[in-house]
Structures are given as structure tokens and as C-alpha cells.
Design a protein around this ligand. Structure first.
Ligand code: BGC
Length: 395
């Protein structure tokens, strides 16, 4: 297999999010959502992967494969359990996590908000309250000041486009709202929170590289769906991409392709190969989204999430190879890509879908918390050592 030339310092790693892996995050809006009769959530997150305590062993596995980056998130509701109250012991925990990465030659990439919102903040109107942008910036400033230069890169908000659309347009994530006015307000507040959060992070840690992550899809127009596709791109991607000027990188998160007809998004074509999420198996979607993100923003791209929900690890390896081939084609065309972080390090709590979909490079026994590394993790490590396969996969 040919080896692609990689930029110096290319990041190879995996990602998680606090609520999906830590366990016991009982002071945020998701903990309540998991028990809300209105919610479609299959099961509560409970002890998750007990990563709050088991992170050293999990990092050993990641570093043992030869990976050099780990993206994880801070749980705001642990750090600031009530408005204005900062728990120094929790900040110390996250400092130890960053230090544990460094000791293993792994760059910690820290996300400051990944879907979960402290209960006190949800009670004050969450992302629909304009004051939340400043509350978030204040949290960023305090947390970053404690972590200091142990942090490699910072992501402000994970997928503000999903937080707004699922939480305030579709009602499928907390707070379960379907209201066009509140949706519009949440978009504005999330964008302001990113900008003010980024400024606060830079003020706290001069020189820190900061960006936001955006959920992207390869959107293909079918049966004359071009206009609707463009509207969806504008709503779900472009206004978030436009808010990145001055950022150091853009985090692209891409999993699949969606066909768009004049009436809107369509399910995968009959007979299409789908994943455990019901999404089309489409590794090349990564390259398509990276190209679009780079063309629209002009920023270096960090792939902050990409992966597949499957019970068959050989299928994960196939997906990984296809996705990396599409990324190699981007690099060959001169697109600036800073790294690739696979979703996810561990099989974990997949939000409303509970523990059924398995995205991990490491399986977790739900009864014993025993870890079983999968061959896909070693395969990712082999790419990290040898480079990306150059090949087809241009989307
Ligand atoms: C989210 C992750 C999630 C993944 C797979 C992304 O939208 O950031 O938290 O687990 O997709 O659904």
C-alpha cells in the first residue's frame, strides 16, 4: 500500500466525550433527559465506561497503538456544580488527565462543551438565554486557567449545529423544544458563545490553538433537490463555518452521506448498506466534508470525529481504510489537514440510542467494565506509523 506524505506533527488519535464515558454525571440536563417520559432515550447512561477513574488504562491502550492525540471533553456540571461555584478538585482531576496524556506522548485536545449542560444552567434557559454566552466564556476562562499549557488544542463547543437543531428545532435532544423562535435564538447564543469562549481561552492560555467542531454530512441532491440541499447546507453548516474567522483550525465531524430531494432529506436508498445507526455506510463522506469545510473557511482542518457504528470490527477496519483514502486524496490536492481523530476510543453511551451502537476501538463489558481492544485500534496505529494509504476515495 502506498504511503501518503503527511505534514509534520500530523495528529493520529481517538475521541470521546465526558458524558458518554465518564459515568455518574448526575448533575446535567442529559441525566434528567434519560429519565424524562417525553424523551426517546433508550436507557440511562449510569456508570458509562467509568472512564473518570479508568482513564490511565484507556490511555495506555491508545498510546500503545502508537497514537499521539486524545480528544476528550470537560464535564461543565462537575467543574461548576452550581452557578459561580468552581470545584477545584475536579479541575485537578482534568489536569491529571492532561498530564497523563503528556506522559504518554499524547497531545490532549480538550473540548469545553460536548452536548451536556449543567442542571443549574438548563433551569435558567440553557442555550436560549443570551446570558449563556458569557456564562460559557467565564467557564472557559476558569477551566483553561487551571489546565494551562498542558492543553494541546481546545475545541469550544462540540457541534453547536446539533445542539441547536436537535435541542430547539426537532426536540430530540434536551431541552426537547420545537420552537422556531427559540431555535433561532439558540443558534445566535451558541455562535456568540463560541466567539467569546475562544477569546476567553486565548486570554487564559496565550498561544493556545482554538477551534470549534461542526457536524457535517455529504449532501447529495436527487430528483431536483439542489435548492433544498443548498438551504440545508446554509442552515446546518454555512452559518457555523462563517463564525470561525480568527480560529486556528476547524474541527470536522463526518460520518455519512444524505440524499436530499425537493422535500428534504431522504433515508438511505432501498438496499443501501447501512450502519447500526441506520446511516449509509459511506467512508468517502469524510473527504467530501473536509474539502467543503476547507474551501468555505480557508482554515486548517482537524478531523475531530469520524467512525462507524458496527458490531463487526472488520467492517470498522474497512470503513477506516476508505475514510483515510479519501483524506489522503484531500492531502494530495493540497488541502491542509492537521490530523485524524477516530470516533470513538471506547464503545460508549450513544445518547438517545443508549449502549446499543458500538463505535469503539475498544469494547467495554457493561457488567465488569473490562476492556477488550479491537483490531481496528491496532490498524489505526499502523496507519499512524506508516502514513495514510494513498488511493482512490476521492469523493
Ligand atoms: C457526536 C458524538 C456522537 C457521534 C455519533 C457526533 O455527533 O459528537 O457525541 O457519539 O456523533 O453519533
Amino acid at each position: 500500500m502506498a504511503t501518503g506524505a503527511l505534514p509534520a506533527g500530523f495528529l493520529w488519535g481517538a475521541a470521546t466525550a465526558a458524558h458518554q464515558v465518564e459515568g455518574g454525571n448526575d448533575n446535567n440536563d442529559w441525566w434528567d433527559w434519560e429519565r424524562d417520559p417525553r424523551s426517546p432515550c433508550r436507557e440511562p447512561s449510569g456508570a458509562a465506561c467509568d472512564h473518570y477513574h479508568r482513564y490511565p488504562g484507556d490511555l495506555d491502550l491508545l498510546a500503545g497503538w502508537g497514537l499521539n492525540a486524545y480528544r476528550f471533553s470537560l464535564e461543565w456540571s462537575r467543574i461548576e456544580p452550581a452557578e459561580g461555584e468552581i470545584d477545584a478538585a475536579v479541575l485537578e482531576h482534568y489536569r491529571r488527565m492532561c498530564a497523563a496524556c503528556r506522559e504518554r506522548g499524547v497531545e490532549p485536545i480538550v473540548t469545553f462543551h460536548h452536548f451536556t449542560t449543567p442542571r443549574w444552567l438548563a433551569a435558567r434557559g440553557g442555550w436560549a438565554d443570551p446570558a449563556t454566552a458569557d456564562r460559557f466564556a467565564r467557564f472557559c476562562e476558569r477551566a483553561a486557567a487551571a489546565l494551562g499549557d498542558l492543553v494541546g488544542r481546545a475545541c469550544t463547543i462540540n457541534e453547536p449545529n446539533i445542539v441547536a437543531a436537535f435541542g430547539y428545532r426537532d426536540g430530540s435532544f434536551p431541552p426537547g423544544v420545537r420552537d422556531p423562535v427559540l431555535y433561532g435564538r439558540a443558534v445566535d447564543v451558541l455562535l456568540a458563545a463560541h466567539r467569546r469562549g475562544a477569546a476567553a481561552l486565548r486570554a487564559a492560555v496565550p498561544g493556545l490553538r482554538v477551534g470549534v467542531t461542526v457536524a457535517m454530512e455529504e449532501r447529495t441532491a436527487v430528483d431536483g433537490g439542489e435548492a433544498r440541499r443548498d438551504e440545508l447546507r446554509a442552515e446546518m453548516e454555512d452559518r457555523y463555518l462563517a463564525a470561525t474567522s480568527g480560529d486556528d483550525f476547524l474541527g470536522v465531524q463526518a460520518y455519512t452521506r444524505v440524499r436530499v430531494g425537493p422535500e428534504g432529506p431522504r433515508p438511505p436508498a432501498p438496499g443501501a448498506r447501512v450502519t447500526q445507526m441506520g446511516w449509509e455506510f459511506r467512508p468517502e463522506a469524510l473527504g467530501a466534508c473536509v474539502r467543503r469545510a476547507a474551501a468555505v473557511t480557508g482554515l486548517p482542518i482537524l478531523v475531530t470525529e469520524n467512525g462507524v457504528a458496527t458490531a463487526d470490527d472488520a467492517e470498522r477496519v474497512e470503513y477506516l481504510e476508505g475514510a483515510l483514502a479519501s483524506l489522503a486524496a484531500c492531502l494530495a490536492d493540497g488541502v491542509a489537514v492537521a490530523g485524524y481523530l477516530h470516533w470513538s476510543l471506547l464503545d460508549n453511551f450513544e445518547w438517545n440510542d443508549g449502549y446499543r451502537p458500538t463505535f469503539g476501538l475498544i469494547a467495554v463489558d457493561r457488567a465488569t467494565q473490562a476492556r477488550a481492544p479491537k483490531p481496528s485500534g491496532a490498524r489505526l496505529g499502523a496507519f499512524a506509523r506508516a502514513g495514510i494509504p494513498a488511493g482512490p476515495g476521492r469523493a
